[in-house]
Design a protein around this ligand. Structure first.
Ligand SMILES: [Zn+2]
Length: 293
């Protein structure tokens, strides 16, 4: 519970834009002989080390790059060669410019790169994101999937559907049996889905379905935000979202308005612990279901 509250505080401060980066410490957790999870502020980072070099998933906020590099240097002398962005939101990609300037190749879904080339606005939080400079942009993009054969690890990266945004990727470290989910899976309810920028509840559930196919009872799952998880927590999260989606969908088909649907309390049974209110979440679900893909 304490961890959830800490994650929530981090989430809220990201949303409000008030962050004391000097106070942030990077916590390193070993997940396998070659994979580590770093927690600081912003999206959780996955690190894959070995003889080829260093490969990371997401890079948090630019003021934390030095601390992140120091934490990685305690694990390996090899520099970061690849940075995978799970999506384009700033709390996962703000460090891109620093890592790009230091020589890393940044990799993302093509829609995420497109977003980073122009100014973006995240309406729910009133958050502006400026277009990224050249050094911060992915040099490598993919549409459906891309694989790395690196550090004795097969690393498969999938874009399943529009989910948390229009450019999400999930990362599967096959031999280590570890998944990094980006913000498709987070440890708070109700999750933020950036629907005005192409996110979609049904695509998000489809992406969770893909993860459940890849995972077994031993899989370690790194959520976009919150503590290291297992398949059980991922299935619980999927169950909540599917139940609410289905409750809203039935009422849309019956011709109900958004106001009528919110009044029917389709999130009943579930308590929110994020800065997305249940009314906001129901609207996201409603708008997703009313937006042709
Ligand atoms: Zn995000």
């Amino acid at each position: 519970m304490r961890k959830n509250i800490l994650a929530l505080i981090g989430f809220l401060s990201i949303v409000s834009g008030t962050q004391d980066f000097d106070a942030v410490e990077i916590k390193t957790t070993k997940l396998s002989d070659s994979i580590y999870m770093l927690e600081g502020s912003g999206g959780n980072i996955g690190v894959c080390i070995g003889e080829d070099g260093t490969f990371i998933v997401d890079d948090q906020f630019a003021p934390l790059t030095k601390k992140i590099m120091e934490a990685i240097a305690k694990l390996t002398p090899k520099p970061v060669q690849f940075v995978i962005n799970t999506h384009w939101h700033h709390d996962h990609t703000d460090g891109n410019e620093n890592f790009g300037k230091a020589g890393a190749f940044i990799v993302s879904h093509e829609n995420s790169r497109d977003r980073m080339t122009g100014d973006q606005f995240i309406a729910l939080f009133g958050r502006q994101m400026k277009a990224y400079p050249k050094e911060a942009l992915p040099k490598i993009t993919f549409q459906k999937s891309i694989s790395f054969h690196y550090n004795a690890e097969t690393i498969n990266i999938f874009h399943v559907d529009r989910a948390h945004t229009d450019g999400d990727a999930i990362v599967h470290f096959v031999e280590s049996n570890i998944l990094h989910m980006g913000d498709v899976f987070v440890r708070y309810v109700f999750p933020f889905i950036d629907q005005p920028n192409g996110g979609n509840i049904t695509g998000l559930i489809r992406t969770l379905d893909k993860a459940t196919e890849l995972a077994d009872g031993e899989t370690k799952i790194i959520p976009g935000h919150g503590p290291l998880s297992t398949k059980k927590e991922l299935l619980d999260f999927r169950e909540i979202l599917t139940t609410i989606r289905d409750r809203v969908n039935v009422q849309i088909k019956a011709g109900k308005t958004l106001e009528q649907i919110i009044a029917s309390n389709p999130t009943r049974g579930y308590e929110g612990n994020s800065s997305v209110s249940k009314e906001q979440f129901v609207k996201i679900v409603y708008d997703s279901l009313n937006t042709p893909k």
